[in-house]
Design a protein around this ligand. Sequence first.
Ligand code: PEP
Ligand code: MG
Length: 754
Amino acid sequence: MFGTFGGPRLLLRRLREVMLEPVSPQARLDKIVVHIAASMVAEVCSVYVLRADGILELYATEGLNREAVHLTTLRKGEGLVGLIAETAEPLSLADAQLHPTFSYHPETGEEIYSSFLGVPILRGGNTLGVLVVQNKARRTYPEEEVEALQTTAMLLAEMIASGEIQSLALPGKDIALGRPVTLKGTPIADGVGLGHVVLHEPRIIVKQLVADDIRRENQRLDDAIDAMRHSLDLLIESRNVGAGEHRDVLETFRLFAHDRGWLRRLREAVATGLTAEAAVERVQNDTRAKLQRQTNPYLRERLHDLDDLANRLLHQLTGLEFVAAHENLANNSIIIARSMGPAALLEYDRSKIRGLVLEETGELSHVAIVARALGIAGVGNVANIVDLAEPGDAIIVDGVLGDVHLRPPPDIERSYAEKARLRARKQAQYQKLHGVPPVTKNGIEIGLHMNAGMLVDLQHIEETGAASVGLFRTEFQFMLAPRLPKMSEQESFYRAVLDAAGSKPITFRTLDIGSDKVLPYLEKIEEENPALGWRAIRIGLDRPGLLRSQLRALLRAGSGRDLRIMFPMVATVEEFETAKSLVGSELIHLRDHGRPPPANISLGVMIEVPAILWQLDEICKRASFLSVGSNDLVQFIFAADRENKRVAARFDPLSVPVLQALKLIADKARSHATPLALCGEIAGRPLEAMVLLAIGYRELSMAAASIGPVKAMVLATDLKETEDYVLSLLEEAGAGQSLRDTLRKFARAKNIPV
Ligand code: PEP
Ligand code: MG
């Protein structure tokens, strides 16, 4: 029931005029509520703005007592206005006072009004305030009036976002937009980053909200929808997408692009007088608000699809060329995205990125692996960050605790700046050790090697002064690729890795997939206990085609050079023998094809399955070298899943059972003169590494960032003294408890930095 002013379109036009008038912000807001009330034949129209402290404050009213402006406040969830702010959904009631959440504020004089219609003021899915109309008579607000009020709320959202309304805030009562927020996520890559927000997919800001010609806007909307559907069809056909998940995703998109409900809502929004792009944004706001409250993962996914579609439509409508965020990147950039593939992250200039924040991704995701390799602090699973962050906002990423501080207050910023400085200072100290050989105080040289899995890792070999790559995890190439890499692709990758390492050796580990390392394009096998299941060399031997093509690629890439290959998860001598015979067959194949073989081939065994501890004599005789995979070995010794946070921290590698097992391996290897290294995480922790030296290890392979701290430990250690201490401690302490505290005390007393 629109009054003498006519329908919502006329109202929008009036409001646009008001927006352009040279009046004060309060006067403008006062005029707006008068226009809305008159247009909707309501006795009351009020605007509540959400403050930074989470309180809703009355900012303007027509119909209620004017004295209540800037005086009446409500908490989120309190009263009908608070309820709308909390749910981000419109509320229409013929008899408001009967509603259980109705709360009465005498200063407003609103007791005489029966009917109530309120809508959230939304921007990017965030609630900035609430817009309300009220009537004395009992009445039901028809759907088109709800729509019209929502559209009007968009104009107010722009006014709030433009900063104009901020100037009306009472001292210390800042409005919510732009307030500091701390968000919790999952740490995905170690480190602390301070910088400014860069949105991976730049948002389109719709400038023209009010339409001049509705027919034209309808046409533009139809054309854009057609073009978008067409481009989706093309995408599905041209990519030649086969069956499987990727096709499913695109098909779902196509389905949504024809979704009647969605299209109807877009048309209705245009009918209220919005431009086509503003209509898309309106509907997108609703979708986002629903998305934020949705806990059902399936529905969340569907709503996400709608959100993505709206983005495509906005690009189509504005004709804006998509300028990739990685171009013109500023220094100290923190990249923010809903989700991201590993390749997209690699497109950025590493030297300018300080951090990465993602709405969706876990510690084991591929992009997390890349972030860690690049040394970028990262936090994943941060709900809503894309909508909360504005490009250029100050932001701090704490990849240790999993915290993200958006627009941090000065004290937080200061304390983090200090943390970052400390880290940098330590890094600089380690840098100074670069040319210093890792020799203990009593003159024993220790081999410090690096673990790697990607080409980008190889840059660290020079930076850190690592002696070699002691573990090259070949599965990363497979995990990052969209499909199974061809033999020729593997070959050129291994060649590039060998080239990048120059004269330093690389120990390639054959595919270690299965368990937590899943290849998205291979059929997923459900297993009760994947860590104890079909993985690593077990797959390699059961499906020799896969392992043979990898060995062929390695042998070809290693032509004329020294080639080192090791096999993961070997449980019996026979498994190693079978693997060796596959290498033999591939060598014959190589010769038959007239290709020169590697100058020298070393075949090693990873010691990570406890059963192999009772076959060490046989293994030592047959293997060119051993490398202990302590991550797996420890989880199997304690029967405690390394990925399960509840049990992973329960048992300590620095305890007698593990140290005795590790010592047994070292003793056997020495007696057979078989070269031995250790490449699990403990090699990179100074205290653990100190103990490893004491029980006989001389070669340690670790993450590049650990080489500095471990070298500092080596330089400060008198190995004779440490060995005596640790060995006698091991003899005395018969039980399974942790020796960590005792060992740390020893290290401190001896000034060993651990
Ligand atoms: C290990 O198990 O210790 C190891 C180095 O291999 P990964 O962590 O890849 O299983
Ligand atoms: Mg392992």
